[in-house]
Design a protein around this ligand. Structure first.
Ligand SMILES: [Fe+2]
Length: 175
């Protein structure tokens, strides 16, 4: 897994969009915004994830109807009521998340990477130029992946996120 701050270029969303020079983002920064990350052996996944409800998303132009349309939808900035838990079995792709100053961080996940985005964080997803990812979607409760597109400042999930990760971090700085 690698992560960096994104440039502002309107070019193809599947390009890396690194700044020049590149500004990498460390795992410490992830803790500030509530994002969790693990790297696990994909060959063990069937045994590890029995506690979660799960489904598989196989994304590539040959296997998915309305591929371009789907790609655009995943790339719309949104939040969820629950955590978004994704495990990459094959291929690669980009999760973009907003930091506490509303800047985009691009997280490049590959085979074996597992990522948890907290409820209420603004984010989006795209494939990269490899045009293929097999993603396991994990759910702790119900199989729900409803998206609430930005703006959602009054949504309880967003209000909860701000309280837990933005306001608390600001308090930490001033103490
Ligand atoms: Fe999402």
């Amino acid at each position: 897994m690698e992560a960096w701050y994104m440039d502002e270029s309107p070019e193809d969303q599947r390009l890396p969009h690194q700044k020049s020079p590149n500004q990498p983002v460390s795992l410490d920064k992830f803790a500030d915004i509530g994002v969790l990350y693990w790297h696990l052996n994909p060959e063990d996944y069937e045994n590890v994830w029995v506690l979660f409800l799960q489904d598989l998303l196989d994304l590539c132009p040959e296997k998915v109807e309305n591929y371009e349309e789907k790609l655009k939808n995943f790339f719309r900035e949104h939040i969820h009521v629950y955590e978004e838990i994704r495990y990459c079995l094959e291929g690669s792709g980009y999760f973009d998340v907003r930091d506490n100053d509303d800047r985009w961080i691009r997280i490049w996940i590959k085979e074996g990477d597992m990522i948890v985005l907290p409820a209420g964080i603004y984010h989006r997803f795209t494939l990269d130029k490899g045009n293929y990812i097999k993603l396991m979607r994990l759910f702790v409760g119900e199989l729900v992946w409803t998206c609430y597109n930005r703006p959602q400042e009054d949504h309880p999930a967003r209000v909860g996120y701000i309280k837990n990760f933005v306001d608390d971090n600001k308090k930490g700085v001033s103490c």
